[in-house]
Structures are given as C-alpha cells and as structure tokens.
Write a protein that binds this ligand. Structure first.
Ligand code: ADP
Ligand code: ZN
Ligand code: ZN
Length: 732
C-alpha cells in the first residue's frame, strides 16, 4: 500500500496521510516527487496540499484514510533546494510547514489552478501522434508537413506554423484525430548583457577583487560601506559577473527601499530581463514575474522580504541591501527574517550572498568578527560627495516654534537664500500626537487600544496609528463640553504648516505615508526635488531610506530626544542606524553637508557617541556591551505571545506553559514573564508575553521545541491565539 504524506494548509504543525487518487498506478506512484500539489478533501472542504513523501505505511489505519482527489502537477513546480529551504524555515521558526509552502506559490497556484508556462500558444505531438508512422498521412501533405515539423522541433508556436502556411483547419483536424495538442512554447531567454561600469575608486576596487576571487560555492560577505560609498556600484558589477556566468541574481531591498532612481540604474546598466516584486503588482503580473524567475527567463529578480522565497532556476548571487533594516523581519504569521533566510538559501543553493549596509546589524557584525562572514569595507564616499559634519544643537531654554529652534531656523534660511535644500526629519506623522481638554484634562484615546489618538488636522479626524480606527475631530470635550481643546505635541503636519508660513517664498515638501499616497507620488517628488531648486523637505523615516538627493546639504533631526530613551535593548543600535542614515542624506554631491541634532540632552552618552565616533566604532562598542549582558546576537531570544479578548486568559495560558516546561528546559535558559505586553490592548485584544533567553542557538532551538510541543497540547480558551517568535525584533 502506498500513502501520500501531505502538508495541508492549517495552523497544525503536522502532516496528513492520504491514499493516492483512484486509478494511480504503481509506476506513477514511484515517480511522484515532493512539492507536487495535490487536491484533497479536508473536513467538509476541498483544499490544496503539498506532497512531502510517498510512504509505505501510515500510523492511521487504512480504512480511516481519505483518498486524494487529484495530483495537479506532472512535476514539482519548485526544485528540491527551495523545498529544503522551506523545511528548514518551518523548523527553525517553528511555523507550520504548510503555511511556509503556501507562501512560496502565487495565489492562483495556491488555489489549485493549472500551472501555465510563459510563452506563446503552440502545438506538440500527442503520444499517439509520436507513434504514428511518418508516411501515414501521405494523402494530406499539409498535415504530414505539420507532423514532421513538430517531430523535429518538439513544440512550435502557432504563429510560426501559420508562417509556414499551415492553417487553423489543418491544426484542428489533426487535433480531432488525437495526433497533436495545444501547449505553451517557452520564451527563449535572451542572454543578458551589461554596459561598462564606473571606474572604481581604490577601496571599491579592493572590495570587488576580493568578492570576485572567492571560490565558487557558498560564502557570506558583509559589505560595510558608509552612505554614498558606492555599494550599489559594487552590486551592479557583481551582478554583471553573475549574468555573464549565465546565472540569475536575486536582490532583496527593504519595504520602501526601491527607489525609482535605483531601478533606473539597474535598467540602464543591464540589457536583461529584470523582474521586480512590489506591493503594487496585480495578481497576473505577480504570476508572470514568479514564472519568469522560475523558468529562468528573468535574469535579475528584485523584491522585498517575501521575494527570498522566489523559485530560481539557476541562482548565482543573492544580495541583501540595507541588511540591518527591520522590515526584513515579518512581524506576524510566519515570523521569519528574510536576511537570515537569504544566508541559509545561499548555503543550500551553493552560491555567494552579499549583505550590504552603511549601518550593519550587530548580528551581521558579530558573525563577521567571528570569522563566519567575509568583511569588506568602504570608508570614503565615492565620487564627489564628502561625509557631513555633525553637531548637537542644545535647545534647552530656547524658544521653539513647531519644534524648531531659532538656531535651526536661521540655518534653514541661510541655505534657502544661497539656493540650497534642507531635509528635516521628524518621525511622527499627523498634526499632533494628543488631543487634550484644557478645562478638565480629558485625552482622546482609542477605544480598542491602550493608545492615544493622533490629530490629523487637514482631514479633520482623530486616528489611531496602531489599529487604524478613525473618527471625526470633536469640537467639544465629550466629558465637560468645553470648546477649549488643545492639540499637544508635534507631528509633521504641524511643522509643515509652520514652515510654509515662515518660508512662504520657497516650497515645502512633506514626505510621510499620509502625503505620499499613490504609486507615482514619491517618484514625482524626487523628480521635482532633483531639479535642484532651493526647498525644504520634511518627513518621517520614509525620507531616509536609500534616497539620493544631491542638492540637500543641511539635514536636521527635530526631535532627537524621542530616540534617546528606548526601553528596547536594541534602542541604541536603532538610534545609531537611523541617525547615521538620516545624516547620510546630506552632501551626497558637491558641497560639504552638515547635520544638526536638536536635543535637550547634549551630554547623553548615545548622542556623544554619534558626534564623536563613526557608526562602525559605535556598533563595535555596543556589541561588547551585548557580550556582557548576553543579549542577541551573543545570546538568543524567543518570545511566546498571546492575544485574547479576555484580559486574564493570555497570562494564565503562558503561566501554565511556563510551569509545565520549567523542568524540561535545557540548562542555561531562563524565562521572564508572563507579563502584559507594553501596549497591553491593541485592536481590542489583550496581549501578553513570555520571554526566553538562551546562551546559544542550539539551546534556544531545543527550548523552543519544548515550548511549542507543550503549547500545542494546552487547553486554551476559545479566541485565544498564541504565537512563537524566534529572534524577535521587538522585545518590549
Ligand atoms: P551607496 O549605495 O553606498 O549609498 P551609491 O552606489 O549609490 O552608494 O553611490 C553614491 C554616488 O556615488 C552615486 O551617485 C554613484 O553614481 C557615485 N559613485 C559610486 N561609485 C563611483 C565611482 N567609482 N566613481 C564615481 N562615482 C561613483
Ligand atoms: Zn473637558
Ligand atoms: Zn487603536
């Protein structure tokens, strides 16, 4: 008896056994490969499962096994190495394999629709047609000609057959005789070529020589290069080498990182099929991009986080740009880190992987210093740009208007008058983060979250930035009916309003997720700004990622203090990364740039570090502190979280888990909690968490195995959801 062992989309971390579809013969069974899609009955529904193995027996008695309905693919659509990656990820992140597998297929395939190759409609011989004697159709020469042509060429596009004078009538009659059938003729991938790259400066030349001379196979490289040092140029030249070897390159970028400018650079450099996965793609476009990557006709695949699971026929290089970026970590559902998955994938595909950043994560730095990754450094700006100077502007006892000190306003004015651009960073959108009643002290709070509502004045609404709830801006205090409502605190909308009044002769551009709606908004803005006319740019984090504004030579951080006192152990790392990236927007061409950090705490050690040492130095110091505390990347973290409509049951569940696991956990692990999450209520759910620390990866994995096994058996109240987060990004 043969059994199909399948992964079936469900939250359960287990496989399911089925009998093969009726009429499947022995020989067929032996040829079934893992990864095939199989349609099966599941409960009262029909679902698509993925074949894991063909087994000789099952733990389930044969008479209780259900029979699969159909095997949907003649051969698996993804290769064994990508399947291996999914197995690894499911295991490492303790996530159900079926959900990991489902994540690698486009929607239509996930839903069980037939796989379609790209290419043009064409014809091929059927088995019957193949077996026919060559002279069998001597009486109709057109039909004979068609068969002969398909016999020699395998598949031929319909248009090509028409060019040879073969009509649709001929094709139809051959089809009706069962001699030929319709098929897709694959696109012929044109070989890619690339234009001449820039002539490299000495540091770049050293890096590329080192990168190119590493032996074939898996190697992980870290390219640590200051902002504007020409990392992208290195990527382009490495990709050129990869394409020349006839291989595909996969480039990962952060969530909002692919600027049209960067894409232009790729398109200008390469005459190649470049496919880009981004959130704006429609379902059909996404499918075509996926299929082009899979069949090898795409030479370069660029995409955000989930693109790491794109099937590739012949991968030769993986690049993770801005590898420190926290958007590589998926924060819900399948909680993987695409950077780490990229390294594993390169290992399985036996190809090199390059992690690049001006501000590498401590994780990657740690691996590099330990000799696991090869290190390449660029310490100078390429081309004409110079590194900017940084100063702290002490705003204590100074008048602030919309958060801006006189010193800063003068600096901006100065730049505008001499025809230059300034970039102001304020990481809070909306008009003000709080609406308060001046008479009774009432504060507008979200009904579903432990959070205040943000005032959006232009829209005349209050909005929750955590759950998306939104309501009209009240005219009166709902508590005491006073009209005396104050918008307290600062957001980009307010500062924009002030800047427009103050500098009415010059344009002010606000860049945040409220103002940048629409696909072309950012592109249009960049085109406008890069005309080089004097202006002010004001924005959130959105403005800092990867953009190249040659005309900007003053960068100011309005509320540096917001970053100084983070409760998260990664707070300092994040601050140094963010400030370095913001500062990096200054003086990228020509004139030397300057950076002003407004603060009430000019002596704060983290701020002093920003002023007096490079990111590279700061990161190394922070790493030695992590060594002392045993926090990642030195030690390991795992978090179990619950959310539930009831305030107590999450903590009860986790306490129960903790009690049951305690005796079995490996030596060296420790648990903290259960505790309410810092924002305990979010979107109407109460959240709590249990933290586990471990001295190394192996111990953390062993502990996670135990915790998951117990959690799966614990009785839980209806509506309680639990999840496990391996290598969490946010702890508090
Ligand atoms: P990064 O990716 O490190 O921020 P980029 O590759 O975008 O840096 O380079 C910054 C600027 O310097 C770009 O305008 C780029 O065209 C230019 N550049 C890079 N390498 C060179 C080089 N070797 N010679 C001249 N200009 C260069
Ligand atoms: Zn009131
Ligand atoms: Zn809310």
């Amino acid at each position: 008896m043969s059994i199909l062992r399948l992964a079936i989309p469900s939250p359960l971390r287990r496989s399911f056994d089925y009998l093969p579809p009726a009429g499947t013969c022995e020989a067929q069974l032996h040829s079934l490969q893992p990864g095939l899609r199989v349609r099966v009955p599941f409960g009262r529904r029909e679902v698509i499962g993925y074949l894991l193995a063909v087994k000789l027996d099952s733990d389930v008695p044969e008479k209780s096994l259900k029979t699969a309905l159909a095997i949907l693919d003649p051969a698996p659509l993804v290769n064994p190495r990508l399947l291996q990656l999914c197995y690894w990820a499911a295991h490492y992140y303790h996530h159900p394999l079926s959900e990991v597998l489902a994540a690698i297929f486009p929607k239509r395939l996930r839903e069980g629709k037939a796989h379609q190759s790209l290419g043009s409609a064409g014809w091929q011989l059927t088995t019957h047609g193949l077996g026919l004697a060559p002279d069998a159709l001597a009486r109709s020469p057109r039909q004979a000609q068609t068969l002969a042509s398909l016999r020699t060429q395998g598949t031929v596009a319909t248009v090509q057959l028409k060019d040879q004078g073969i009509s649709s009538t001929v094709l139809r009659s051959l089809r009706d005789k069962g001699l030929i059938e319709e098929t897709m003729v694959p696109l012929q991938a044109e070989p890619a070529s690339s234009a001449q790259g820039l002539s490299l400066n000495p540091e770049q030349a050293v890096a590329i020589n080192e990168l190119l001379k590493t032996p074939a196979g898996f190697v992980c490289h870290l390219l640590e290069g200051v902002t504007g040092s020409g990392k992208t140029e290195i990527y382009l030249q490495l990709i050129a080498d990869c394409l020349q070897r006839g291989k595909q390159a996969l480039v990962l970028i952060p969530e909002i990182g692919l600027t049209p400018q960067t894409l232009n650079r790729f398109e200008q450099r390469f005459s190649a099929n470049i496919v880009v996965f981004h959130s704006g793609l429609g379902e059909a476009q996404r499918y075509r991009a996926w299929e082009a990557a899979r069949d090898g006709s795409a030479h370069i695949v660029i995409g955000t986080r989930s693109a790491i699971f794109t099937p590739l026929r012949k991968p030769g290089l993986i690049i993770v740009d801005e590898e420190h970026d926290s958007s590589y970590k998926q924060q819900d559902g399948f909680r993987y880190n695409a950077r780490d998955v990229a390294v594993k994938r390169a290992q399985l595909e036996a190809c090199p992987v390059l992690l690049g950043s001006a501000t590498p994560s401590l994780e990657s730095l740690h691996n590099t210093l330990a000799g696991r990754y090869r290190h390449h450094r660029l310490t100078q700006r390429a081309g004409s740009g110079r590194m900017p100077t940084i100063e702290a502007l002490d705003v204590r006892r100074q008048a602030l208007q919309a958060g801006l000190s006189t010193g800063l306003l003068d600096a901006i004015k100065d730049r505008l008058e001499s025809g230059q651009q300034s970039l102001l960073f304020l990481n809070r959108r909306g008009y003000a983060p709080t609406l308060q009643c001046h008479d009774c002290g009432w504060i507008a709070e979200c009904m579903a979250c432990d959070a205040r509502l943000t005032v959006h004045r232009r829209l005349r609404r209050l909005r929750c930035h955590h759950c998306g709830a939104s309501r009209a801006l009240p005219r009166q205090c709902p508590h005491c009916h006073s009209n005396n409502l104050l918008a307290a605190g600062l957001g980009t909308e307010q500062t924009e309003e002030f800047l427009r009044e103050q500098f009415s002769r010059w344009p002010v551009f606000r860049v945040d997720s409220d103002s940048m709606q629409g696909k072309t908004a950012m592109q249009d803005l960049i085109t406008e700004i890069n005309k080089g006319e004097p202006c002010i740019l004001l924005g959130t984090q959105m403005l800092t990622k990867g953009h190249h504004f040659p005309g900007v030579n003053l960068v100011a951080v309005i509320d540096t203090d917001a970053m100084l006192f983070s409760a998260d152990f990664r707070g300092e790392e994040r601050m140094a990364q963010l400030l370095t990236q913001v500062a990096g927007r200054a003086g990228r061409a020509g004139l030397p740039g300057s950076v002003i950090l407004q603060t009430h705490y000019p002596d704060h050690p983290a701020l002093q570090a920003m002023l007096h040492s490079s990111y590279a130095q700061q990161a190394r110091e922070q790493l030695s502190r992590r060594q002392a505390t045993g926090m990642p990347p030195v030690g390991q973290l795992v978090i179990l979280r619950t959310d539930c409509g009831d305030a107590q049951c999450g903590e009860l569940f986790l306490q129960n888990l903790r009690d049951q696991a305690a005796a079995d956990l490996p030596v060296g692990t420790a648990m903290i909690g259960p505790l309410p999450s810092p924002m305990q209520r979010r979107a109407g759910k109460f959240r709590s968490q249990l933290l586990l620390t471990a001295p190394n990866r192996k111990t953390a994995q062993a502990a996670a195995d135990i915790l998951v096994a117990i959690a799966e058996t614990l009785p839980a109240r209806r509506g309680l959801k639990w999840s496990i987060d391996i290598d969490p990004q946010d702890v508090f």
